[in-house]
Design a binder for this molecule. Structure first.
Ligand SMILES: [Zn+2]
Length: 158
């Protein structure tokens, strides 16, 4: 859209469907532009803020929440198709509950490291990520339940 002119490409009012009106006025020696719905039957009568150019006002008026969501969804879908999208079970800074795995006598201990970094290796594998649900848990309750299971298993073999 040309910034120099308010085009006829304005979308209708999202609330009543009427064609919006454009306004230009002077404010502190500057020309300001806005788009708004002035239909008397419109219950909302939305208006943009004042913008320096008609194009900016039109772009603000034409922005629709759903359109932004669809654009983001399309971006994420493409990233997933490209193998660039990873949904992590937790984020950097999160505390996790890790059960020691190396020796049998350590099986009953738990530590609570914070996720300090995420390292992408291959096949979207992260440090800890492959261990989540096995030796690393997102909640203390899950970790304690897993520890209890190990204790029970250890007691059966003792
Ligand atoms: Zn309206």
């Amino acid at each position: 859209m040309n910034d120099g002119e308010m085009s006829a490409e304005l979308k209708p009012c999202p609330f009543c469907g009427a064609e919006p009106n454009t306004h230009t006025w002077q404010w502190r020696g500057k020309r300001m532009h806005k788009v708004r719905c002035e239909r008397s039957a419109c219950l909302i009568r939305p208006s943009t803020n004042g913008f320096d150019t008609p194009g900016e006002a039109a772009a603000a008026w034409n922005a629709r929440h759903e359109a932004l969501q669809y654009a983001r969804l399309a971006e994420l879908t493409q990233a997933e198709k490209d193998g660039r999208l990873v949904v992590m079970p937790c984020k950097v800074g999160d505390l996790v509950y890790q059960i020691a795995v190396r020796k049998k006598y350590l099986n009953r201990s738990m530590c609570t490291p914070h996720i300090k970094s995420v390292e992408i290796k291959t096949e979207n594998a992260f440090k800890y990520m492959n261990d989540i649900g096995k030796t690393v848990f997102l909640t203390r309750e899950e970790a304690e339940a897993a520890l209890k299971k190990r204790e029970e298993a250890d007691n059966e073999t003792d």
